[in-house]
Design a protein around this ligand. Structure first.
Ligand SMILES: Cc1ncc(C[n+]2csc(CCOP(=O)(O)OP(=O)(O)O)c2C)c(N)n1
Length: 571
C-alpha cells in the first residue's frame, strides 16, 4: 500500500471493520484525521455535543449489534464523551471511541486541551489504547473491535496523539488478532449443563429471568424453546426487554422495582430460576437477600466476574448464553417430554389475567394519561419499530406498558440511567435501521439535556419522532418525594420551554396534543413525515409509575396493587 499517515491508517482500518458511519465533532487535536476523512467514503454525522455523539454510536450498536463509532478532539471533547462511554459500559454496548490527543512531546505538560483521557476512562472502558507510533494503529483498531464486540461487549477507547496521526509509515493491516489472556469464546461445561438439565426437569415451578446479555448473544429462540417445553414463565430485566415476545402466554414482563405484579410475585414462588445474561442489579432484585429465596438459581453468563457478585447462585455456567441454552434444550428434550398444563402454568395465567385486565382495560375517557399513551403507541407503531426511552417515569411507563416482541427494538439506558440518552440514541438507531420508525419516549427534563441533537436529526436526515410525556416536573424525583419524602417537592418543577417552538427552531415538526384522539392522529401524521418531529403530550404532574417496589425492599412489597390483596394472599 506504500507509506500512509496514521490518520489514514485509522480510517482504512475502520473501513476494513465495516464502519460506514461515524458520529463526532472535530477539533485541533484530531484535525489530521478529519482532514483525511474529507476524501473518505465514510459518512460522518456532525453532532452538537460529544455526549450525544457517544449516545448515537451506542444507539446504533444496540439497534444493529455492530459496534458504533464516535470521534472527539482532546481535552473537553474527550471529557464530553465520558458520560456516553460510561453509559455504554454499564449496559455492555459495543462502542469504539476515538479521541485526538496532544502531541507525544506535550503529554503530561498541561498543554492546551490536554487531559488524561486514558486515566479517566480506565474504569469505564473494557480496554483503552494510546498508540505511540502510527505503525501500531492497524493492529490496535483490529484489537479494539475484537474486544468491543466479543465476550461481554463494551466500549473501547483509542486515544491518538496528533503527531502519531501525521506520522507516515509502511502500512500493513492484520487479518486477525489474538490477545494474550483474553479468550471470549467460552464453551459451556458439560457437567454443569447436566446439572442444570436435572434441576430444570424436576422443577415444579421453573422460571426464566433474561437480561441484556441474552439479547447480545442472540439467545431468544432458545429461551422461547425452553420456556414452552417446560411451561416456564419468562421475566426480563429492563435490559432484557424484547428477548421474549411480551404477548406470549408465558411472558411475565419486567421484574424489579417497576416490574409487573406477575413477575414480582411469582419469582418468589419459583423453585428453579434459570437466569441468563443478567447481572442481578438492585433495580431487578429488590432487597437481594430476599430475592428468590426458595429457588435453586442457575446463572448463565459470559462474564465470570458476574457470578455471585450480587446474588449468590447455586450453579454457574460461564459461557455464551446461546450455546449454553442450546445445550440445555437439546438435553432436556431427550430427558423428558414436553410439559402440558401444570398447576404452575395455571397460576401464571391467573396472575397474567389480572394484570392484563387492569392495564389493558378500555379507557373510558380521552384524557392524556401514561398507560393509554403507551397503548396507542403500541397499537399504531409497526412491530419492527424501535422504541427508545429517556430516563425517569417515561422510561418505566414504557418498560411496563409498551409491549415489545423482538430483541433490539427497545433501547434504554438501564445501568447508568442517563437522562439525555434517548434522543441521540434514537438518532443512532435510525442510522442503523433507516427503514423502521424510531420513537424516543421522553420526559421533559431528560429531553432538555441533549435537545440540541434535534438539529443533528434534521441536518443529517435521520428523522425520529420524540414523544415528550410532559409532566412539567422531574417526574421520577417528584414521585419519590411524593411517596417517600412527605410531598416535600424540592427542586423538581420545570415548565420552561415551549417544545413546539423549540422543534420548529431546529427545523423539525412540532405539535402539541390535548387528548388521546389528537395524540393518535399526530402520531400517524408524524410517521408519514421525513423530518424529525416532536409531539408534546401534557400530562398531570401527579401521575405515578405503579406498581412500585420501594427502594431497598423485597420484591413482594409491591405498592399500588392493593386491589389484588386476595390473590397475593392466596399464593
Ligand atoms: C444525567 C442525570 N441527572 C440526574 C438524574 C436523576 N434523575 C433520575 S430520573 C430524573 C427525573 C427525570 O425527569 P424527566 O426527564 O422529566 O422524566 P419523567 O420522570 O418526568 O418522565 C432525574 C433528575 C439522572 N438519572 N441522570
Amino acid at each position: 500500500m506504500g507509506k500512509i499517515s496514521g490518520a489514514k491508517a485509522l480510517l482504512e482500518a475502520l473501513k476494513k471493520e465495516g464502519v460506514s458511519i461515524i458520529f463526532g465533532i472535530p477539533g485541533g487535536a484530531i484535525l489530521p484525521i478529519y482532514d483525511e476523512l474529507y476524501d473518505f467514503d465514510i459518512r460522518h454525522v456532525l453532532c452538537q455535543h460529544e455526549q450525544s455523539a457517544a449516545h448515537m454510536a451506542d444507539g446504533f450498536a444496540r439497534a444493529c449489534g455492530k459496534p458504533g463509532v464516535c470521534f472527539a478532539t482532546s481535552g473537553p471533547g474527550a471529557t464530553n464523551l465520558v458520560t456516553g462511554i460510561a453509559n455504554a459500559y454499564m449496559d455492555s454496548s459495543p462502542l469504539i471511541a476515538v479521541t485526538g490527543q496532544v502531541p507525544k512531546s506535550m503529554i503530561g505538560k498541561d498543554a492546551f486541551q490536554e487531559v488524561d483521557i486514558i486515566g479517566i476512562t480506565t474504569p469505564i472502558t473494557k480496554y483503552n489504547f494510546q498508540p505511540r507510533s502510527a505503525s501500531e494503529i492497524p493492529e490496535i483498531v483490529k484489537k479494539a473491535f475484537f474486544i468491543a464486540s466479543t465476550g461481554r461487549k463494551g466500549p473501547v477507547l483509542i486515544d491518538i496523539p496528533k503527531d502519531v496521526q501525521t506520522e507516515e509509515f509502511e502500512a500493513e493491516f492484520p487479518e486477525k488478532v489474538t490477545i494474550r489472556g483474553y479468550n471470549p469464546y467460552k464453551k459451556p461445561c458439560e457437567k454443569q449443563i447436566n446439572i442444570a438439565v436435572k434441576w430444570l426437569a424436576s422443577a415444579e415451578r421453573p422460571m426464566i429471568l433474561a437480561g441484556g446479555g441474552a439479547i447480545y448473544s442472540e439467545a431468544s429462540s432458545y429461551i422461547l424453546k425452553i420456556s414452552e417445553f417446560l411451561l416456564a414463565p419468562v421475566a426480563t430485566s429492563l435490559m432484557g426487554k424484547g428477548v421474549f415476545p411480551e404477548d406470549h402466554p408465558l411472558s411475565l414482563g419486567l421484574l424489579g422495582m417497576h416490574g409487573t405484579l406477575a413477575a414480582n410475585k411469582l419469582v418468589s414462588e419459583a423453585d428453579v430460576l434459570l437466569s441468563v445474561g443478567t447481572r442481578f442489579s438492585d433495580r431487578t432484585t429488590g432487597k437481594v437477600d430476599e430475592f428468590c429465596k426458595e429457588a435453586k438459581v442457575i446463572h448463565i453468563d459470559i462474564d465470570e466476574a458476574e457470578i455471585s457478585k450480587n446474588k449468590k447462585v447455586d450453579l454457574a455456567i460461564i459461557a455464551d448464553a446461546s450455546e449454553a441454552l442450546k445445550a440445555i434444550y437439546e438435553k432436556l428434550i431427550n430427558y423428558l417430554s414436553k410439559k402440558e398444563e401444570t398447576p404452575w402454568f395455571k397460576r401464571v395465567k391467573e396472575f397474567k389475567e389480572i394484570w392484563e385486565g387492569w392495564i389493558f382495560e378500555e379507557e373510558s375517557n380521552k384524557e392524556l394519561k401514561p398507560i393509554p399513551i403507551l397503548k396507542i403507541l403500541r397499537k399504531i407503531l409497526p412491530i419492527d419499530s424501535i422504541l427508545v426511552t429517556e430516563v425517569g417515569q417515561n422510561q418505566m411507563w414504557s418498560a411496563l406498558y409498551f409491549k415489545v416482541f423482538k430483541p433490539k427494538t427497545f433501547i434504554t439506558s438501564g445501568g447508568l440511567g442517563t437522562m439525555g440518552f434517548g434522543l441521540p440514541a434514537s438518532i443512532g438507531a435510525k442510522a442503523a435501521k433507516p427503514d423502521v420508525p424510531v420513537v424516543d419516549v421522553a420526559g421533559d427534563g431528560s429531553f432538555m439535556m441533549t435537545e440540541n441533537a434535534l438539529s443533528v436529526s434534521v441536518a443529517e436526515n435521520l428523522p425520529i419522532i420524540a414523544v415528550i410525556i410532559n409532566n412539567k416536573v422531574l417526574g421520577m424525583v417528584a414521585q419519590w418525594q411524593r411517596l417517600f419524602y412527605g410531598k416535600r417537592y424540592s427542586a423538581v418543577k420545570l415548565d420552561r420551554v415551549d417544545f413546539v417552538k423549540l422543534a420548529e427552531a431546529y427545523g423539525a415538526h412540532g405539535v402539541r396534543v390535548q387528548d388521546l384522539n389528537e395524540f393518535s392522529n399526530a402520531l400517524k401524521e408524524c410517521l408519514k413525515l421525513d423530518v424529525a418531529s416532536v409531539i408534546d403530550v401534557p400530562i398531570s404532574p401527579e401521575e405515578n409509575v405503579l406498581p412500585m417496589v420501594p427502594p431497598g425492599s423485597s420484591l413482594e412489597k409491591i405498592m399500588g396493587v392493593e386491589k389484588w390483596d386476595w390473590v397475593m394472599k392466596k399464593g
